[in-house]
Structures are given as structure tokens and as C-alpha cells.
Design a protein around this ligand. Structure first.
Ligand code: GDG
Length: 496
């Protein structure tokens, strides 16, 4: 059964994330409207919150002036899962704009993001940003307590608090302390959407002990893959001196055993299949398309990808005029300098490669700097010959999974994935390439372009079968099971 129809045996759930599952926008007349977000996480988690009478704590996308500013209800035409989230179920976190900027653009995106992706040279370490991270996390913890107090103490099971991602690594401990002081029972789980780095990288963060202590305030800490779990366990042992059990993934802290679990996220597989079935053809071309879809982020390996693609034409000129790279780069964190520099570098590189190879009837790279609609995206995924997912480091990478879901044409295309993405761990039938070795990437692209049909069919069948079973509902269910909040049915297999 899909989770949407399942009442969990838990009490209510409180989801805590940096962003609410919608943003608030101000109309010209000063009134506010909601704009729903439709990411995989929202699709997965919103039904559990809505159906289970839960609450969502997060920042609403604008700075609210007054604590009791009313949150508008969703638009009557809204058909996204968040539409069911009534405003009374939402706790909008208010943080001073300067504190927020330093916490979010500073500590989260200029420190933790590069460091946790094992790129310490790109990270900045500033005491002030860290102080504001603490302030922001305290505010989130206080808002979560407000939510917790508001829940009726009726259910047999204590409420479940689910904290998300690197923005909120300190909040759990404060929530636990406050809930203990007020004698309110609750269970707390945390999920990190990005990699957890090895100890010799993690310890570069000057306040790394505090991070671990914050996370260990949980009953269970989840990561995408076992490697990240082991890194975390290792850091707890080496930084804090905790007793650990690597086999059963347990960390002893403050007289409690904290469970650590690999819970690889999935996608709403059936929804992507449906999108691919309905989407009209938009790629009117007889050339083969190699597709890249990424936020414009240095972790995604876009510069290496373009350089490797250039090498493909040097090494295999037979592809000139017959193959194009369609690269969608979604603007991201445009306030941060590293991201502005990357945009410049990409613009120049696209221009140079196109200038070198373009003929009157063909260009090697079609570059979209912007966001495309879900229907169009599904059509791109469906009609491309190769899905090219080459991050230098990536927690999981949902694009790889969405690509295979949409590959409904027979014969299908080929997925290429980097071993440094979580997706590279489980998508065994994809072709693997090391994005740091450009010649190797070019050769793997060549192999994908020339792969026999029967091999393509075999590989894609296995890839699609796995993603259909281990979809995003399965992920939510695994989280609830790991928290002891969902009874598994006999025969349920939770390991991909
Ligand atoms: C973080 C971790 C982890 C992209 N372009 C368009 C568009 N997208 C959607 C894709 C996909 C999502 O954005 C990107 O997800 P990723 O997983 O690839 O990457 P991050 O944003 O870095 O996510 C990552 C994830 O969290 C979940 O835990 O997998 O490792 O870094 O869903 O479809 N959507 C539309 N138009 C676009 O142009 N509509």
C-alpha cells in the first residue's frame, strides 16, 4: 500500500526543515499568497503530515514582520500535496534578516555545503556565521517546541519529530532537552540529504564536536548510504570518544544508544512514468541527445562534464554533427560568489566549445540557464539517448532516478553515473565514469552512444525495476520503521 493511504501507528508527525513546503509571496496590495513547492521530499512527506494530523515547522521564504502574521490557506486550484496542509498546521519560523543571511548563505552554504562535499578549499570558517547558525537553530528548536506543546496528548505513541538536513544539525539536542524538562514525550529523527564526510575532512570544522552532539540528540540519524553512516560513526568515536558498534550502526551518547541508518531516498516513480506518458514530444531532432539536469552548483561537476564532452569530439569525430548535449542548469544560491563565478565559467566554456564545433545546421551544446516545467523535463528525460549524471560528490542525485523512470521508449537510452553520487552505489546497471578523468568520461559516453539495443534494454529494465520498488513512499516508510513508528508487514523488505 502507498503511504498516502496508510495511517501510521505513530502519533502525529512534526516535520522540521529550513524551508516550509511552500513559499509566501506578497501581492502588490500587501496580502500574501502561498506558492507550493513540488520537490520529491514535499511529495513524500506532506501526505504523512496531512493525513496524520501533523505539523510543519520551517522558514516561509520571506521575513515576516510580526509573530502572529496569519499564514494564508492554499490556493483553491492547488493540486499539490501541500494543498492539504492547513495554515493552522504550519509554524512559520521568524529569524532576523541579518542573522538569517549569515546562517543560511554563510554557515550553511559557504561552510557546511562545500565541507560535507569534501571540498574544504571552497569552505569559509567564520565564528560569526557559526554564532548565527546556533541562533537560527535555537529559533527552530523553540518553534518545534511550540508545535509539540500544541499537539493533543491523545495518541498511544509519542509524537515523532523529523528534522531535515544540514541547516538544522543542532536543533535536535535542544528539542530533546526542552521536551525532557517539560516532561513531554517525543521521538526525534534526523535525515541528512547531503554526504557525511570522512573524519579527516569533518574535523576541519572548528566546532565539529558541537555538530555531533547536536545530531546525537536524536533517537535515530539517517543518511543516504552506508558509507556516510560509517563516516558519522567514526567521527563520533574519534571526536567525542563515544562507544560505537559499527556492525549494528549504534553510537552510545548520554546514556542512550543512537541508531544510525542508511535510508536511500527514492522518487515518486509512478508520477514520473505518468508524466513521461503524457508529455508531448518537444525535442524535434534527428540528433542523439545527451542530457544533463542540475542546479548550477560546483559539486555537480559541470565544468568537467563540458570538457569531457569536448574530448568526445576530439577522440571520436564521427559524433560531430550527430550528437548534442542538452544541459539544463537551474540558477541556485545566486547571492554566493562561488556560484556567480561558476556561472561565468560555464557561459565562457559553452561559448568556446560551441564556437569551435558549431556548423550551420548543428551545435554541440544547447545550454538552458533556467528552470523548465515538469512536463517538459519528463519529455527530455524520455527522449534523450544518454542521461549524464557526473557530480564530483552528491548525497544521492534524484535526476539519475527520474531519468530511468521516464525511459519508457523501446529501445531505451543509457544512464551514466558518477561513483561519487549516492545514486552510483545502488544503480548497478548504469555505466560508471570518474568525472575527474576526462578521457575516461569521453570513452564512457562513446560506449553509451554505441551500446547495442539488447544491452540497453537489459540494463534499463533492471534500473527501472529497482527504482519502482524503492520509490519515495518506500523511503518514508523505511524512516518510520527505523523510528519504530510503523509496523512492517510480514515479507516487507526495506533494503535496496
Ligand atoms: C539534495 C542533494 C539529494 C532540476 N532542474 C529542474 C528540476 N529539477 C529537479 C529535479 C530533481 C531536483 O531538482 C534535483 O535533485 P538532486 O537530487 O539532483 O539534487 P539537489 O538539489 O542537490 O538535492 C541530493 C537530494 O537532496 C534529495 O535528498 O539527492 O544529493 O544534494 O528532482 O527533477 N525540476 C524542474 N525543472 C527543472 O529545470 N521542474
Amino acid at each position: 500500500p502507498k503511504l498516502n493511504n496508510v495511517v501510521t501507528s505513530s502519533g502525529s508527525m512534526i516535520v522540521v526543515s529550513n524551508r516550509l513546503p511552500f513559499v509566501l509571496k506578497k501581492n502588490k496590495d500587501g496580502s500574501m499568497v502561498r506558492k507550493s513547492s513540488a520537490g520529491g521530499l514535499v511529495t513524500a512527506v506532506a501526505p504523512v503530515v496531512v493525513n496524520g494530523g501533523g505539523l510543519w515547522v520551517g522558514w516561509p521564504g520571506i521575513h515576516l514582520e510580526h509573530p502572529d502574521t496569519p499564514i494564508p490557506e492554499s490556493d483553491p486550484d492547488d493540486i499539490t500535496p501541500t494543498a492539504g496542509l492547513k495554515s493552522e498546521k504550519v509554524v512559520a519560523v521568524r529569524i532576523d534578516p541579518e542573522v538569517f543571511d549569515s546562517y543560511y548563505n554563510g554557515c550553511c552554504n559557504a561552510t557546511f555545503w562545500p565541507l560535507f562535499h569534501s571540498m574544504p578549499d571552497r569552505a569559509t570558517f567564520q565564528q560569526e556565521h557559526w554564532q548565527n547558525y546556533i541562533t537560527a537553530n535555537k529559533e527552530f528548536a523553540q518553534c518545534t517546541m511550540k508545535a509539540l506543546r500544541s499537539l493533543e496528548k491523545s495518541s498511544q505513541q509519542p509524537p515523532l519529530i523529523w528534522v531535515h538536513d544540514y541547516h538544522l544539525m543542532l536543533a535536535a539536542n535542544w528539542i530533546r532537552q526542552a521536551a525532557d524538562d517539560e516532561n513531554i514525550p517525543c521521538k526525534i529523527g534526523f535525515f541528512l540529504h547531503i554526504p557525511f564526510p570522512p573524519w579527516d575532512i569533518f574535523r576541519l570544522f572548528p566546532w565539529s564536536d558541537e555538530i555531533l552532539q547536536g545530531m546525537l540528540g536524536c533517537d535515530m540519524v539517517g543518511f543516504h548510504i552506508t558509507d556516510y553512516c560509517l563516516n558519522f560513526v567514526d567521527c563520533c568515536q574519534r571526536n567525542l570518544g563515544c562507544r560505537v558498534d559499527r556492525k549494528n550502526l549504534l553510537v552510545e551518547h548520554g546514556g542512550r544508544a543512537v541508531r544510525v541508518r542508511a535510508l536511500p531516498i527514492g522518487i515518486p516513480f509512478d508520477r514520473f512514468v505518468e508524466l513521461a506518458e503524457k508529455a508531448p514530444v518537444v525535442l524535434n531532432t534527428n540528433q542523439k541527445i545527451i542530457l544533463g539536469v542540475d542546479r548550477l552548483d560546483y559539486t555537480k561537476g559541470l565544468v568537467n562534464r563540458l570538457r569531457a564532452f569536448e574530448k568526445l569530439f576530439e577522440k571520436h569525430p564521427e559524433h560531430i554533427g550527430k550528437v548534442s548535449l542538452l544541459q539544463i542548469s537551474v540558477p541556485s544560491r545566486t547571492d554566493v560568489k562561488e556560484y556567480q563565478d561558476l556561472k561565468e565559467e560555464m557561459d565562457q566554456l559553452v561559448g568556446r566549445i560551441n564556437g569551435r564545433f558549431t556548423t550551420p545546421n548543428w551545435s554541440p551544446i544547447r545550454y538552458i540557464y533556467g528552470c523548465v516545467g515538469q512536463d517538459e523535463l519528463a519529455a527530455f528525460y524520455r527522449d534523450s539517448a544518454v542521461g549524464l549524471v557526473t557530480p564530483l560528490r552528491d548525497g544521492m542525485n534524484l535526476v539519475a532516478k527520474e531519468f530511468v523512470a521516464c525511459q519508457i521508449n523501446v529501445p531505451p537510452g543509457v544512464l551514466i553515473v558518477s561513483p561519487f553520487a549516492g545514486a552510483g552505489e545502488t544503480m548497478h546497471e548504469a555505466l560508471v565514469c570518474n568525472p575527474y578523468e576526462l578521457d575516461g568520461v569521453a570513452e564512457v559516453i562513446h560506449r553509451a552512444l554505441t551500446m547495442p539495443e539488447d544491452e540497453r534494454i537489459l540494463r534499463m529494465n533492471y534500473l527501472r525495476r529497482r527504482e519502482k520498488i524503492y520509490d519515495v513512499d518506500h523511503w518514508t516508510k523505511s524512516f518510520l520503521t527505523a523510528m519504530g513508528s510503523l509496523k512492517t508487514q510480514e515479507g516487507d523488505d526495506l533494503t535496496p
